[in-house]
Design a protein. Structure first.
Length: 357
C-alpha cells in the first residue's frame, strides 16, 4: 500500500508539470524503475499485481502523455488568441415617457369659521375654542354649556407674566369670595383650652389638640377627615410631628396664607364664607374655584372680580425684572367641570375690578 501511494503522488506531480517535467527514467533512473516494477510484481503475487503493474507501466508512459497534453493546450490557446473578439449586441434603449397625471377635482374651499352664540368659534358645526369676550358673555357661555346632571364647578385659569423659578416672583395668596364657592368644606382647628371652645362656637367640624396630633401620627392619612386646617400659634411646635402627613396634602397651617392665626373665629368664618387659596404653578398659571354653575350670573361675576383684584394686588414690585401691570396679566379663561371648551375674557374686564377697588 505504501508503494501505491508513492506512485500516485509521483504521477500527479508529472501531470501538473506537463511537458517541462523530467522523464521518469531521468528522475529515478532506469534501474530504479525496473526494481519498482519487480517490486510491484512481487506484491502482485499477494493479489495486487494488476494495480501495481498498471501503475508501473503508466510511469514509463507518463512523460510522453504529459508532453502531448501540453502541446494540445498550447494549440488551443493559440487558436483562441487568433480568433477576433465578438462584441455583445448593444442593449436596446427603452424610451421612457412621462405618464400624464389623471385629472382630479379641485380641492373644496376651506370652511369659514363663524362665531355662534356664547362667543364659541364653530367650524362645520363643531365648537373649536373660545375667543376673547366680555366678562358677562363669558359667564353666560359657561352657564349655558354646563349641561351635566350635577352642579358643575366653575374654575378660572389666569396666566401671569412672571418667572415662577425666582423666589421673589412667587404669587401666592388667599381670596375671600363674596358669594362663596358653593362647596361644603370641613374645617379642622388645632387648638386647646379656651381657643378650642372658641373654634367649636365658630362652627369648626373637627377640633383637637395633642390627642388629635397623636392620632394622625399613628394612623396617618386615614385619620384625616377634613378639607382645611387652622392652627393657633401655640400649636405650631407640636404640629411639626405630622408635617410630613399634612404638607403633601396642602393641609399644613401656614401663616403666609392666614391659616395660623390667633383669631380662630375669624379664620373659621372665612373658610365658611368662601376662602380660596391659590398659587402660581411652574407655568405661571393660577387655578382657582370661583363658584358653581347654578350661581346667579351676577354672583359669578363678582366672585371673579374679587379673585382678580387679589391677584393683581400680589404683583411683584420694586424688584429687577418685575412686570408692569399690563405685562403682569397675560390672560384669563373660565370653564366648567364638564363644559365644552373654555371662555377667554378680555383684559379690560379683568383689570376693571382693580380700578373699582
Amino acid at each position: 500500500m505504501a508503494l501505491r501511494q508513492v506512485l500516485r503522488s509521483y504521477g500527479s506531480s508529472l501531470l501538473r508539470l506537463g511537458g517541462g517535467a523530467p522523464s521518469a527514467a531521468g528522475f529515478y533512473g532506469a534501474g530504479s524503475l525496473r526494481r519498482m516494477s519487480a517490486a510491484a510484481g512481487d506484491e502482485g503475487e499477494k493479489g495486487e499485481a494488476p494495480a501495481a503493474a498498471g501503475l508501473g507501466g503508466w510511469l514509463l508512459k507518463a512523460p510522453a502523455a504529459a508532453a502531448s497534453a501540453a502541446e494540445a493546450a498550447a494549440e488551443e490557446i493559440t487558436e483562441e488568441s487568433s480568433t477576433p473578439a465578438v462584441s455583445p449586441p448593444p442593449k436596446r434603449l427603452v424610451e421612457v415617457r412621462a405618464l400624464a397625471e389623471p385629472e382630479r377635482e379641485p380641492p373644496a374651499p376651506p370652511r369659514r369659521a363663524n362665531i355662534i352664540r356664547g362667543g364659541v368659534v364653530s367650524k362645520g358645526g363643531a365648537a373649536l375654542k373660545a375667543v376673547a369676550m366680555t366678562l358677562a358673555d363669558a359667564v353666560a357661555g359657561v352657564k349655558a354649556g354646563a349641561a351635566a346632571k350635577f352642579d358643575e364647578t366653575v374654575d378660572i385659569a389666569v396666566r401671569l407674566g412672571i418667572d415662577p423659578r425666582r423666589s421673589d416672583m412667587i404669587v401666592r395668596g388667599v381670596a375671600n369670595l363674596p358669594h362663596g364657592t358653593g362647596k361644603k368644606i370641613r374645617v379642622c382647628v388645632f387648638a386647646e383650652g379656651v381657643h378650642a371652645d372658641e373654634a367649636r362656637a365658630a362652627g369648626a367640624d373637627v377640633v383637637g389638640g395633642e390627642e388629635l396630633i397623636n392620632e394622625i401620627k399613628t394612623l396617618g392619612a386615614g385619620a384625616i377627615d377634613f378639607d382645611k386646617a387652622v392652627a393657633h400659634p401655640d400649636m405650631m411646635p407640636k404640629l411639626s410631628a405630622i408635617a410630613r402627613v399634612l404638607g403633601p396634602r396642602g393641609l399644613m397651617p401656614n401663616p403666609k396664607v392666614g391659616t395660623v392665626s390667633s383669631d380662630i373665629k375669624g379664620a373659621v368664618a372665612s373658610f365658611r364664607l368662601g376662602r380660596v387659596e391659590f398659587r402660581a404653578e411652574k407655568n405661571a398659571i393660577v387655578h382657582a374655584i370661583v363658584g358653581k354653575a347654578s350661581f346667579d350670573q351676577k354672583h359669578l361675576e363678582e366672585n371673579i372680580s374679587a379673585i382678580m383684584a387679589t391677584i393683581m394686588d400680589l404683583r411683584p414690585k420694586l424688584i429687577k425684572g418685575a412686570p408692569s401691570a399690563t405685562n403682569y396679566l397675560k390672560g384669563a379663561t373660565i370653564s366648567s367641570t364638564m363644559g365644552k371648551g373654555s371662555f377667554k375674557i378680555i383684559k379690560e374686564d379683568l383689570l376693571a375690578p382693580v380700578v373699582k377697588l
